[in-house]
Design a protein around this ligand. Structure first.
Ligand code: MN
Length: 345
């Protein structure tokens, strides 16, 4: 089939092709990106469940980096492997939630040698790859795209649970701006399958270990407010990591809790790395562009969430950033004043 013809295929035609390719394949691999997140895990497990429940005779391999313990309750999570059993190329290979083949990392070579390749994704940077593509930049998540490819009556409870989990994670529990009417309708349809929404959200999104809660509490307790309550910062030292036996992934959520403090425009979290440098995470609410600040220190990110690594004394780092925040706030204040003046004149 020529590329041109494929590009002209309607969604219904591509869906038919997706079903045909599964029927014709004996060996199928499903894979997602390195450091798999909730959407990546949910989409890989959801598609795996969808296929093996319909075609138990097929050899389906779930190629994914090991996932965090909190995802292990999901059906077939124990089937995740990093090994390819045979030297034969797969008949069919699914790349899920990857904006390009590099994201498949160690599994890229198996993708490239596969006889037929299907790409399912929602990243707007995805240029398109594979023999058949389902790339929907408007979709909240790869799980939302998969839902539109599946037949409703063939979605089991376990499959619904996977897809719902992925949507929850990529939308920050239906909070990010990628949450659309379609997202909510998809989630609503999945609820009808009988999933326990609260359980999935708590277990995979909000739940923390005891030490994770301890370090969160400590970071909040030791936080300091600057610039008339507009900036808040906290710091976690190398000795704290050692004392609690934690690593940087245990700090998830601290910066967000600092950010939602009333009156705060910018939250800053510093943690000391092995080499003595400081990793700086920043979050803003509306008026401050933290990516501009991060860029000055050689980092990057988005307007409301950015980070960088800085060498120096924590006090100097925080003072520097606070001055930049103050400068930005003064500038935006002047802009607002000038608009106000014009309106009055
Ligand atoms: Mn995703």
């Amino acid at each position: 089939m020529s590329t041109d013809k494929r590009e002209n295929m309607t969604f219904a035609e591509r869906k038919k092709e997706f079903e045909l390719q599964i029927q014709n394949a004996e060996t199928i691999a499903i894979s997602g990106h390195m450091n798999p997140d909730g959407d990546c895990i949910g989409s890989c497990l959801g598609l795996y469940t969808y296929i093996v429940e319909q075609y138990p005779e097929k050899q389906v391999t779930l190629l994914l980096e090991p996932v965090q313990e909190k995802f292990s309750f999901l059906k077939y999570a124990d089937q995740i492997t990093q090994k390819k059993e045979s030297t034969e190329p797969y008949d069919l290979f699914f790349s899920l939630d990857c904006s390009d083949t590099e994201r498949l990392h160690e599994f890229k070579k198996y993708f490239e040698e596969a006889k037929y390749k299907i790409c399912v994704d929602h990243h707007f940077t995805n240029q398109g790859f594979g023999d058949l593509q389902f790339i929907v930049p408007d979709a909240s998540s790869t799980c939302e795209v998969l839902f539109s490819m599946f037949d409703w009556e063939k979605i089991s409870l376990a499959c619904a649970q996977d897809l719902y989990m992925g949507i929850v994670h990529d939308t920050g529990v239906f909070k990010h701006t990628n949450t659309t009417r379609k997202t909510m309708e998809t989630a609503g349809a999945l609820l009808e399958k009988g999933i326990h929404s609260e359980d999935i959200i708590d277990r995979t999104f909000y739940k923390k270990s005891y030490v994770q809660n301890q370090i969160l509490g400590r970071a909040l307790m030791e936080s300091i407010v600057l610039l008339h309550g507009k900036v808040i910062f906290s710091i976690i030292r190398k000795r704290d990591f050692d004392f609690y036996g934690i690593n940087s992934s245990d700090l998830d959520g601290i910066i967000d809790q600092l950010r939602v403090t009333e009156g705060i425009e910018c939250a800053i979290l510093l943690y000391e790395k092995e080499d003595g440098n400081f990793k700086v995470s920043m979050r803003s609410n509306d008026a401050v562009d933290v990516s501009a600040i991060a860029q000055i220190f050689g980092g990057g990110g988005h307007i409301k969430a950015a980070g960088c690594t800085v060498h120096g004394q924590p006090r100097d780092i925080v003072m520097n950033i606070t001055h930049m925040v103050e400068h930005q706030l003064n500038e935006s204040g002047e802009k607002q004043e000038s608009i106000y003046d014009k309106r009055n004149s």
